[in-house]
Design a protein around this ligand. Sequence first.
Ligand SMILES: *[C@@H]1O[C@H](CO)[C@@H](O)[C@H](O)[C@H]1NC(C)=O
Ligand SMILES: *[C@@H]1O[C@H](CO)[C@@H](O)[C@H](O)[C@H]1NC(C)=O
Ligand SMILES: *[C@@H]1O[C@H](CO)[C@@H](O)[C@H](O)[C@H]1NC(C)=O
Ligand SMILES: *[C@@H]1O[C@H](CO)[C@@H](O)[C@H](O)[C@H]1NC(C)=O
Ligand SMILES: *[C@@H]1O[C@H](CO)[C@@H](O)[C@H](O)[C@H]1NC(C)=O
Ligand SMILES: *[C@@H]1O[C@H](CO)[C@@H](O)[C@H](O)[C@H]1NC(C)=O
Ligand SMILES: *[C@@H]1O[C@H](CO)[C@@H](O)[C@H](O)[C@H]1NC(C)=O
Length: 556
Amino acid sequence: MFIRFWQVLLAAVVVSAATPTRSVNRRQNAPSPKFVSTSDGHFSVNGAPLNFVGTNAYWLPTLNSDDDIDKTLASIAAAGVKVVRTWAFNDVETVPQNGTWFQLISNGTTSVNEGANGLKKLDTVLSLAEKHNLYVMLTLTNNWNPRPLLEGKNVTSRDITPGTGNQLPRNTLSNDYGGMDVYVRTFSDPLHDNFYTNQNILDKFLNYTTQVVKRYVNSPAVFAWELANDPRCNSTLPSTNGCTPQTITRWHATVAAHIKSVDPNHLVSSGNQGFLCVDCPKLFPPVTPPPPQTSASPGRRRAIKPLTKRGILEERRLSLKKSRELRKRDGVSGGISIRGRWTSTETRRQTGVNLGPSFDGSHGVDSQDILNIPDIGFGSAQLFPDQATYGPDDPNLSSFDNIVQQGNQWIQQQAAVGKLLGKPVSMNAFGLVTQSNAPAYVPFNSTQAPFAPDSGTPTASAPYGVTDQQRDQAYTTWLQTGLQSGLSGMIQYQWSQSGLTPSVGTNIVPATGGTTTTPVVPGTGVSPNDGYGIQGQGEDGAVQTIQQASQQFAQD
Ligand SMILES: *[C@@H]1O[C@H](CO)[C@@H](O)[C@H](O)[C@H]1NC(C)=O
Ligand SMILES: *[C@@H]1O[C@H](CO)[C@@H](O)[C@H](O)[C@H]1NC(C)=O
Ligand SMILES: *[C@@H]1O[C@H](CO)[C@@H](O)[C@H](O)[C@H]1NC(C)=O
Ligand SMILES: *[C@@H]1O[C@H](CO)[C@@H](O)[C@H](O)[C@H]1NC(C)=O
Ligand SMILES: *[C@@H]1O[C@H](CO)[C@@H](O)[C@H](O)[C@H]1NC(C)=O
Ligand SMILES: *[C@@H]1O[C@H](CO)[C@@H](O)[C@H](O)[C@H]1NC(C)=O
Ligand SMILES: *[C@@H]1O[C@H](CO)[C@@H](O)[C@H](O)[C@H]1NC(C)=O
């Protein structure tokens, strides 16, 4: 069998990877409380190390019955998953007729819904997670909330693109749970970074945060608090000219300290995508010289160097060189066919001296600076090649090989930042859009799928997305790279669940492409799919991939 070059690179990683010795002590032997803490750059529970494979299910608290939540968590646990990441926010601007909501943000005030369709739903998620021996990573707000049209006046069924009949019920998409922009639109001028700097907005957000965090201070099912999904300077709303990575870092320091003051039991993480600002001035500079770190092979010690522009460019040069050598060895010439197309607006072919937006601070995020905030317990990153660019393409490789390879490097870079600062890092969301999922794929900054079946593009000869088999191959490779480079957690995005209870006006409706139909038949509901769900044809493959990796993470 022809060995792909990234498999060879991976083998090289295996040899040099950090594989710290871990005790065989397992979590089930550990007495309660089993709060997760960190020590020596790893997660631990009662002194035993914890490494995990996880999955995302942002919609968990919106399911229509407790049985459905139970069923979903049972199938997640059966796949060997240890951590499930979900939304602990659900902001509305008017009280909806149907479905879950947590906070009303309206008329200059906020109020929390503690009722059966409010935080009691989250109570259920946590108690059932405990039953299934799962941890839950709880995210407190979202960077993204493209404004629903109809000005929120019709919040259960909205014509998201006027005239197209595209009516995704509220909470179907991960970016349709309120979030930062609802605060911004309600309490200030519509500039996204007001969320980070406006004192009134901060007070309101901390108020919500206090109420949710306080509720679960003693819950052993909470893995950690994540401040926000993908916080950055811009959203659908632009930012002021004044927003810099330090704006976002300062906000993290304030909110993390606040959460720690309310809940000293649980870890706090950022939730950012891992974007770097190499060589940028830091608010929380690493101790220099960096403390010596124990490395992979026993007896070997070396100082971990911070990522620099020079270092990253050199790494890219070596990667091109290596792949040239491998092709030469295997007698493969250049000119491999390029698949599909990408919605990412960033240039995929960066050349020369530009590091690109994932490394140069242009997203307004310096994840290294954020990770070094004392109250931030571990690093979080994301990997979405359909939405961001992690390096220049090698023109002699297929797009698929490029994304796998760039994903590997991104994972290794995130692990390196963690090692530099002596904190664990978890890839809190990673995913690839498949061809069968392309019609459902909705980018975070959008409300509709760009490749819906009726849009006429892309063509049958150049379909958008990878095959199910390629997805499984990429996930397997990334999970291995995560394990071998020393990441402590890898959380796939996202889970799918069938056999659910549908209900009119909610995001669980009969599987008819998102439209609400009556009558609803119990057991026919499918969880929302924003293009990353692992349901359908490839379900077995993707779940198997997760299952195998979970076993390896647990044994490592
Ligand atoms: C906001 O205030 C207006 C006018 O006082 C009132 O009619 C409306 O019901 C309020 N909206 C909410 C959601 O409380
Ligand atoms: C809400 O939207 C649906 C679909 O566009 C429409 O049929 C319904 O009349 C609207 N309801 C209100 C109160 O505007
Ligand atoms: C949050 O806001 C509500 C109403 O706006 C207020 O009654 C409550 O005291 C605030 N809670 C905290 C913890 O600040
Ligand atoms: C999000 O979409 C809006 C509207 O299309 C656009 O103006 C904005 O620049 C986008 N933001 C980002 C960060 O891509
Ligand atoms: C963010 O918004 C500003 C101002 O609207 C724009 O100049 C900049 O290009 C945007 N950055 C990104 C990464 O979208
Ligand atoms: C691509 O392949 C050609 C032919 O083997 C080679 O000359 C060229 O240097 C390669 N480009 C890169 C960036 O490796
Ligand atoms: C809300 O649910 C009820 C049944 O529980 C249904 O009769 C009603 O039509 C729903 N409302 C909307 C706006 O979908």
